[in-house]
Design a protein around this ligand. Sequence first.
Ligand SMILES: [Fe+2]
Length: 441
Amino acid sequence: MAIGHPVTGLSDPDLVDTTITPSVAPVRIPRERYTSTTFAAMEAERMWPFAWQIACTIDHVPEPGDFFEYVTGNLSVLVVRGDDGELRAFLNSCPHRASAICTGAGSGLEELRCPFHRWAWDFDGTLREVPSRKGFGAGFRTEDHGLAPARVDTWGPLVFVNPDPEAMALPEYMDGMWHDADWAGLMEFHADAAISVPAPANWKVVAEGFSEIYHVQGIHPEMLPTIDDIHSPQRLWTHTGVCYQQYGLPSPRLRDVTDEQVWEGMVATQGARFGAADGDPLPEIPEGQTLRDVFAQRVRDVQAARGVDMSGYTVDEIMNLSQYNLFPNATVLIWGDMVNVLIARPGATPDDAHLVMFLLHRRPEGSPRTRVEEMSLPAGTPLGLVIGQDVELLEGIQRGMHQARPTHVVMSSEEVRAINLHRNLERYLGISPSQMQPLGG
Ligand SMILES: [Fe+2]
């Protein structure tokens, strides 16, 4: 059944309400995928080097000479802004003896220079200097020793890389997602924080936790009075998917919820957005308005105090969340006033990941891009109520994956975006026929 776009209200014939028409059948998926070093090695060989992935934000590399080293598993991709202002990316490995060219992040580069034997390249990866070049013989050709290019592109303020120079372009990879959030004016968002924290589970466990809202009724009791977790239409493109969620109203799972309970839940889970703290009383709801209208106006007020004019944004644009999932490992949450990015990067073993979060807010038009520093937090650092509830479960899930039986996890049609992760994974790994089995089949 076709429905209008849940954020913009525009007619959208392709959008399917999966609460009415589940488009993907429930499946069983082998648990081995989450624990096996062989499977992780297949991912490292056949998937990660060929997938588009979010490396950083443009706030990490705003000026010529800025660089950022993107590391995930064994991959290291160097993102650098050249003196011509262009972003470029290279596999971070010296053609001579493989040293990383740059590590971490920084600024002020005038060239790319390997710290090991001091070979140097222009920002476009062309070799410009080799100390004691004669020793490499007369056959040494400059053009054979450029840096290996990777693909780089941006979507709003997010910087994506693909280690494969032959990869399809990012707009094609993102498909319908590419234009789906045009209404949000994404370039107005700047990164305020970039946080990395160890996550004690396979990267897919982490990513899948941000690919469904079925678990809201399980582990987020404070959220339940604040979200319609039932009528949340989802859509899949090939590598991407989305779930649109209404906030500021109670779950249909609950009965007789008062405005006070909705208010308290919203304050507990996202009070900073509308300038409220625990204990603040429910404000008066003006005649003819709803609580959602009140929340939205308070968000506009908070933004106005920061110099950001959100008077043109509708209640739906402010109060409805678009939760995008991008294969392989990223979730992008877009509200009218806030963008959060959650990335699950593989760790040293199949049992370890890093959860990387980018928190972005609008800035007044014309605000300069200022560098955002990466914050690496130790495991167990409190991360906020809702995300803390998500992270707390990871260790127990991963241990559960290691138990001898059952041999498979089960996913419902409501968990289509997690199922889609596995469909893509099978495609990249060349697993055919699918190891996913229909439930009851
Ligand atoms: Fe959650």
